[in-house]
Design a protein around this ligand. Structure first.
Ligand code: PLP
Length: 426
């Protein structure tokens, strides 16, 4: 690394997090692999935090970026650009939202900020419901609604946020509950909360909590929430920043896994659509999208180079049925990881949907979440040429597996083998 880490530390804030005792400098990638500055090759089971949706250095995306950059990089969103209109058309069609309008931003944070702006304006209320343990971004408003305390240091949110139970049953006081009892208790809690509030604008939820460690609510819980919220006219914002584009295998959008009667009122996306280029966005029906009474643009949202990348990436995803691949290979991988974890006392749970798999680690004696074990597995897998992620609640005790959606069966087997070895050495 030739002193790069020291130079990095000298110019960046202390709270900027980096993985690994000896930080990794990535220089290039291809397919499902990346290489570090020393020339070591890694199988990438984290896909740039779920941004590399199809594959590293996908030729179609590289070509689209180069061609568009050669014509013009940025023309201002005050003018039209063809790739933006075409990508908006495709996303509107895929969203399932009737009379859908799409607004592009440059990140997931900005997408959620926009969703909050729309919901609070439309409903004329600054009250937001958010899930415990959630993560929605790093701006003032999205930090304010983020339920995961290790990512939300300020309590000075411009919004009044009410936190709702329902993301994680397997931890804390709910561990003894059945899914059904947990669902009933959460719905009763929500009803009780709404009985004491007036004019809540929206509930925002990740279909699978990403930073929270790839946890899903029990089947049917969000559908039950939705019925309650619909009665109160409260909007549903589905934060699909990690779960969109078929990552969860069975469904194109994460919300579809929850038995809800229809699409969300507002859907936010980012990460995978640009394959690493900065694209975020919001989809909502026209009535909601058009409720703002002031003009607004995002200088970089909808920029032609990113839009060209998004179009090429989305076309590849659809033409190669990578959602189907996520379902098939993800199904094999989760079974393989469950078998690998069998008999490892430190593994509390292997869970997930498609290529979004979480492995929860806990101290076998005390039953408490074990962040040291998660850190040890990360180091050991890196040593053997595999990159994975971690997450969870305050404790960061879950491993996160989220490779590009083109993962092959052989690669799934190779990565699972490396993970198995690391888990067994705990
Ligand atoms: N929402 C979710 C569910 C996320 O996981 C993230 C980032 O990890 C964000 C929003 C924020 O996205 P970005 O980092 O692009 O601002």
């Amino acid at each position: 690394m030739s002193g790069l880490y020291e130079r990095h530390r000298a110019v960046t804030p202390d709270w900027l997090s980096l993985y690994y005792r000896e930080p990794l400098e990535i220089t290039h990638g291809e397919g499902r692999h990346v290489w570090d500055a020393e020339g070591r090759k890694y199988l990438d089971f984290f896909g740039g935090i779920l941004t590399t949706m199809t594959a590293h250095a996908l030729p179609e995306v590289t070509k689209a970026v180069a061609e568009q950059a050669g014509r013009i990089i940025h023309s201002s969103t005050l003018y039209l650009n063809r790739p933006m209109v075409e990508l908006a058309e495709r996303i509107a069609g895929l969203s399932g939202i009737p009379d859908a309008r799409v607004f592009f931003t440059a990140s997931g944070t900005e997408a959620n900020d926009t969703a909050l702006l729309l919901a609070t304006t439309y409903r004329r209320s600054n009250q937001i419901l958010a899930m415990r343990n959630s993560y929605h971004g790093r701006s003032f408003s999205t930090v304010g609604i983020t339920g995961n305390r290790s990512w939300s240091p300020t309590s000075l949110s411009p919004l009044q946020t009410l936190y709702v139970h329902g993301g994680v049953r397997t931890r804390g006081p709910y561990a003894q509950y059945t899914d059904e009892r947990f669902t009933d208790a959460c719905v009763a809690d929500l009803e009780d909360l709404l009985g004491h509030t007036r004019g809540v604008a929206a509930l925002i939820a990740e279909p699978v909590q990403g930073v929270g460690g790839f946890t899903s609510p029990p089947d049917g819980l969000y559908a039950a929430f939705r019925r309650v919220l619909d009665r109160h006219g409260i909007l549903w914002i589905s934060d699909e920043v990690q779960t969109g584009w078929g990552r969860t295998g069975d469904h194109f959008w994460g919300w579809q896994a929850h038995g809800q009667a229809g699409p969300p009122d507002i859907l936010t996306f980012a990460k995978g659509i640009g394959n690493g280029m900065s694209i975020g966005g919001v989809v909502a029906r026209a009535e909601i999208m058009n409720c703002l009474d002031a003009h607004s643009i995002s200088t970089f949202g909808g920029s032609p180079v990113t839009m060209a990348a998004g179009l090429a990436n989305l076309s590849h995803l659809l033409e190669h049925d990578l959602q189907g691949n996520a379902r098939r290979v993800g199904g094999l991988l989760i079974e393989r990881l469950r078998a690998a974890a069998a008999g490892v006392d430190a593994v509390r749970e292997v869970r997930g949907r498609g290529l979004m798999i979480g492995i929860e680690l806990a101290d076998p004696v005390t039953g408490r979440a074990d962040p040291d074990a998660a850190a040890a597995v990360l180091e050991a897998t890196r040593e053997n040429g595999l990159l994975i992620g971690k997450g969870g609640g305050h404790d960061t005790s879950a491993l996160r597996v989220a490779p590009p959606l083109s993962l092959t069966v052989a690669e799934a087997e190779e990565g699972a083998g490396i993970l198995e070895q690391a888990l067994r050495s705990l």
